[in-house]
Design a protein around this ligand. Structure first.
Ligand SMILES: CC(=O)SCCNC(=O)CCNC(=O)[C@H](O)C(C)(C)COP(=O)(O)OP(=O)(O)OC[C@H]1O[C@@H](n2cnc3c(N)ncnc32)[C@H](O)[C@@H]1OP(=O)(O)O
Length: 412
C-alpha cells in the first residue's frame, strides 16, 4: 500500500468529514453542528490528508492556539485535532506518517508546543506526547452533600439567560479572557472559538435539556457564569434528575460558590455531574463529603515540546533553577541532547551545551512536567527520570511546579 500525504484542498472537505465519521465509528454524516463549527475554524494550510489512490484514508489538522504557561505568559501551541484513519486502513502506519509530517511542519514553522486531547490515552506517547494536565470528573449526590459557601456568595444575584444571545456571549467571553492568564493550560479564544464551549448537538443530549446559562452578577457586573443542562428522571416515582455541568468560570470564590450552590439546589434533581474541572477545583473543599462526589481524575492535555529550547525558555519557574538536561527524543531528533536551563520567576534561558548532564529523561516526561501538573520526582520514582547530579531532581521539581494545577477549559 502506498500512501500519499498532502494538505487538503478546500473542495475535499466533504470527504474529510466523511472519513472522520467512519474513523470514529458512527459513519456518515458527521454530526451537523460539529461539522459546521469545524469548517469555520479549520485552516487548510494546517491539515494533513492521507490518500490511497483516490481514496481519502486519513485526516489530521491543527489549530493555531496560544496556551497559558506557568508564570502567566502564553506561547503558540498547535492544537492537534480531527485525527482519524479509515477502518479499512488501520494499523498500517497511516497515523504514524501523519504525525511525522505534522511535527516536521510545526518544526519548520517554529511552533514550540503541540497539544491534544486524546480519544485513548495510549496512542500519542510514542510520538513524544506526555500527559501534562488532568481533569476532574465528579458525580455529586446533591441529596446528601452539603456545601460550605465562601463569604459574599449570598450577595450575588443569579439570572437565567440564553447562552447564545450575542450580548450574553460577549460578556461571558470577556470574563473568560480574564481567566486565561490565571491557570496554565488555559486557551486563548479567538473570534469564532466562543462557539466551541456552546456545542450542544441534539443527538448527544440523551434525554437532557438544551444548554442553559446562569449568570452570577453584582450591581450589574458579571462575576461568573455556568452552562448546564438538566436530565429529568422520574422512573422510580420520585424525581431524581441530573444536572450536567458543561462549563463554568468565576472571577472569585463568592461567584464560584453561588453558582455551585445553584447547580446543587435545583428542584427535582439529586445529582450534579461535573464533566471537566481542574484537579484543584475549590468545589472539593466546599463539599461536606467527597466520597459522595465520586471524584475521578482523567488524562486531559497531552502535550509535546516541538522545540525544547523555545518551550523551556518560554515559561518562568517557581524557584531558581540551573540544570543540564539530557533529553532523548527519537521521533524529533532535533531535540535530542543536552540543554542547560537557567531560570526563575522572572524569566528563563535554555541553550545547547556539552556540559555534564544532571537529569536524564525523554521528551515525553519533560512534556508531562512542563505545565507544572506532574512532579518530575514522581516520574523519577517511576524510573522515568534519572538524577545524575545530587540535588538536581529536587531543584527542577520545585522549579517546574506551579501554584495552580494546569487545565484546559474544553476539548478541540
Ligand atoms: C487528537 C485527536 O483527534 S484524538 C482522536 C484519534 N482518533 C480516533 O480515536 C478515531 C478512531 N481511531 C483511528 O482513527 C485510528 O485507529 C488511529 C488514528 C487512532 C490510529 O491510526 P492507525 O493508522 O491505525 O495507527 P498506526 O498504524 O500509524 O499506528 C501507530 C502506532 O500506534 C499504535 N496505535 C494506533 N492506534 C492505537 C490505539 N487506539 N491504542 C493503542 N495504540 C494504538 C499502533 O499499534 C502503532 O504502534 P507501534 O508504534 O508500536 O507500531
Amino acid at each position: 500500500m502506498s500512501i500519499e500525504l498532502r494538505q487538503l484542498d478546500g473542495s475535499e472537505l466533504d470527504r474529510f468529514f466523511e472519513t472522520l465519521a467512519h474513523a470514529f465509528g458512527q459513519g456518515p454524516p458527521f454530526p451537523a453542528e460539529m461539522e459546521e463549527l469545524w469548517r469555520s475554524l479549520l485552516e487548510l494550510k494546517r491539515t494533513v490528508s492521507a490518500w490511497d489512490g483516490e481514496q481519502l484514508v486519513g485526516t489530521a489538522s491543527t489549530f493555531d492556539f496560544r496556551v497559558t504557561v506557568p508564570g502567566g505568559g502564553s506561547l503558540p501551541a498547535a492544537g492537534v485535532t480531527a485525527v482519524g484513519v479509515r477502518p479499512t486502513h488501520r494499523r498500517r502506519g497511516v497515523l504514524r506518517s501523519m504525525m511525522r509530517r505534522q511535527l516536521d511542519e510545526l518544526h519548520a514553522w517554529g511552533e514550540p508546543l503541540a497539544l491534544l486531547t486524546a480519544s485513548e490515552p495510549e496512542i500519542y506517547g510514542r510520538f513524544g506526547y506526555g500527559v501534562a494536565s488532568e481533569e476532574l470528573t465528579a458525580r455529586i449526590d446533591t441529596s446528601r452533600v452539603r456545601l460550605t459557601l465562601p463569604e459574599g456568595a449570598d450577595e450575588l444575584s443569579l439570572r437565567l439567560v440564553d447562552p447564545r444571545d450575542p450580548e450574553v456571549l460577549a460578556r461571558c467571553e470577556e470574563l473568560y479572557a480574564r481567566r486565561v492568564p490565571v491557570r496554565p493550560g488555559m486557551l486563548e479564544r479567538r473570534p469564532g472559538w466562543q462557539w466551541v464551549p456552546l456545542r450542544d448537538p441534539a443527538e448527544k443530549r440523551d434525554g437532557a435539556s438544551p444548554m442553559i446559562c446562569v449568570l452570577a452578577e453584582s450591581d450589574g457586573e458579571l462575576r461568573g457564569y455556568a452552562r448546564y443542562a438538566v436530565r429529568p428522571r422520574w422512573d422510580t416515582g420520585s424525581p431524581h434528575g441530573q444536572v450536567l455541568l458543561h462549563n463554568m468560570e468565576a472571577l472569585d470564590p463568592a461567584a464560584h460558590g453561588a453558582l455551585l450552590r445553584y447547580l446543587c439546589d435545583l428542584d427535582l434533581t439529586t445529582e450534579l455531574d461535573v464533566r471537566s474541572r481542574p484537579t484543584d477545583d475549590p468545589l472539593l473543599h466546599m463539599v461536606s463529603d467527597t466520597r459522595r462526589c465520586h471524584v475521578r481524575p482523567l488524562d486531559q492535555l497531552h502535550l509535546r515540546l516541538v522545540e525544547v529550547d523555545a518551550a523551556l525558555a518560554g515559561r518562568t519557574y517557581a524557584a531558581p533553577v540551573d540544570v543540564v538536561f539530557e533529553v532523548a527524543d527519537a521521533f524529533c531528533p532535533w531535540n535530542e541532547g543536552r540543554w542547560r536551563l537557567t531560570g526563575d520567576a522572572h524569566g528563563a534561558r535554555c541553550v545547547r551545551t556539552d556540559e555534564t548532564p544532571e537529569l536524564a529523561l525523554s521528551v515525553r516526561e519533560l512534556a508531562s512536567g512542563y505545565l507544572g501538573g506532574t512532579s518530575l520526582s514522581a516520574l523519577a520514582d517511576a524510573g522515568l527520570v534519572r538524577e545524575l547530579r545530587s540535588g538536581a531532581l529536587a531543584e527542577a521539581t520545585t522549579a517546574f511546579r506551579g501554584a495552580l494545577a494546569p487545565w484546559a477549559p474544553h476539548g478541540f
